[in-house]
Design a binder for this molecule. Structure first.
Ligand code: NI
Length: 256
C-alpha cells in the first residue's frame, strides 16, 4: 500500500471527478493521502476533504506565492486548524524565487512565522523551496528547524544539500520529476539518499510522471515514481513502497 504524502485534490483540475477518483484510490493500492494546503482557500478545502474521506489527512499552511494574503488574524485561524485530529503537518511553507510573486523579505517572514506554528503545535513541516536553495537552508538552520522535522517537498537541489537536510532529520519528497529523462541531478540524489529518507509524493495535479507527462497528475501514477526509484536504487518495488510508507507514518505520526 502506497502513502501519498503531497497532493492538492482541492484544485479545480479535480472538479469533474474528485469524489469518484478519491474513492477509487484504495482499490488501486493508495491507502493514505495528505492533502496539502497552499492558499487560504486551499486550507479551507483541505479541512473539508479530510472530514469527508477517512484516508485523507491534511497539511495546514500557505505557499510562498500566496503569503501576501496572510494576516495575524489568519494566522490564528491556521493555528486553530493545527489542533484538528487529522492535521498532520504545517505546509506547504517556504520560499519560491522562481515565480517571485511575493518579495523575498515577505516570503521569509511568513516562512519563519509558519515554522513557529509547527514548533508550537509539535507538527512536522512540508517545505516548498524553488530556486531558493541557500536562503531556505540558512533560514532553517537559523530557526533550528532540526528541532522540528519534516520533508523537503519535490526535492530539486544538489546531493550536498540533500545531505545537509538529512543531517537535520529531514526527508526528501520524490515525485514525477524523477521519471524525466533529463532529471540527472535528482536521480543522483535518489541514488545517494538512503531509502529511509525518501517519501513518495505527486504534487497532483502537477508534475505528472512519464509516461503521462503533460497530463493531469493523480496519486494513481505513484507506481511509476516508485518503479523509477527501485530501478535507480537497485531494490525491489515492494521495498520502495513499504519503506516510504513506514517513513511517512513515522514522520506524520500516523499509526496503522
Ligand atoms: Ni504542492
Amino acid at each position: 500500500m502506497i502513502f501519498e504524502t503531497h497532493a492538492h485534490y482541492d484544485d479545480d483540475a479535480f472538479d469533474e471527478d474528485r469524489d469518484q477518483l478519491l474513492r477509487s484510490m484504495y482499490e488501486h493500492g493508495i491507502h493514505r493521502i495528505i492533502n496539502v494546503g497552499a492558499s487560504l482557500r486551499g486550507v479551507a478545502d483541505t479541512v473539508k476533504l479530510m472530514e469527508i474521506y477517512p484516508f485523507v489527512y491534511g497539511a495546514i499552511g500557505v505557499h510562498p506565492d500566496e503569503v501576501g494574503d496572510l494576516t495575524e488574524e489568519k494566522m490564528k485561524w491556521l493555528r486553530d486548524l493545527c489542533d484538528k485530529e487529522k492535521t498532520v503537518a504545517v505546509g506547504e511553507i517556504g520560499l519560491d524565487y522562481y515565480w517571485n510573486k511575493e518579495n523575498h523579505e515577505v516570503q521569509k517572514k511568513w516562512f519563519v512565522r509558519q515554522m513557529d506554528l509547527a514548533k508550537e503545535t509539535d507538527l512536522p513541516i512540508i517545505v516548498h523551496s524553488r530556486d531558493a536553495a541557500k536562503d531556505t537552508l540558512d533560514i532553517m538552520k537559523g530557526e533550528r528547524a532540526d528541532h522540528i522535522s519534516g520533508v523537503i517537498h519535490c526535492y530539486s537541489y544538489s546531493v550536498e544539500h540533500a545531505r545537509e537536510y538529512m543531517n537535520m532529520g529531514y526527508y526528501l519528497g520524490i515525485g514525477g520529476v524523477v521519471t524525466f529523462q533529463n532529471a540527472k541531478r535528482l536521480k543522483e540524489v535518489v541514488e545517494y539518499a538512503p531509502l529511509d529518507y525518501l517519501l513518495l509524493e505527486t504534487d497532483a495535479p502537477y508534475l505528472t510522471p512519464q509516461p503521462y507527462r503533460g497530463k493531469r497528475n493523480c496519486s494513481l501514477y505513484l507506481t511509476y515514481v516508485a518503479e523509477e526509484i527501485a530501478r535507480i536504487k537497485k531494490v525491489s518495488y515492494e521495498d520502495v513502497v513499504n519503506i516510504t510508507r513506514e517513513n511517512a507514518e513515522k514522520l506524520f505520526k500516523i499509526k496503522e
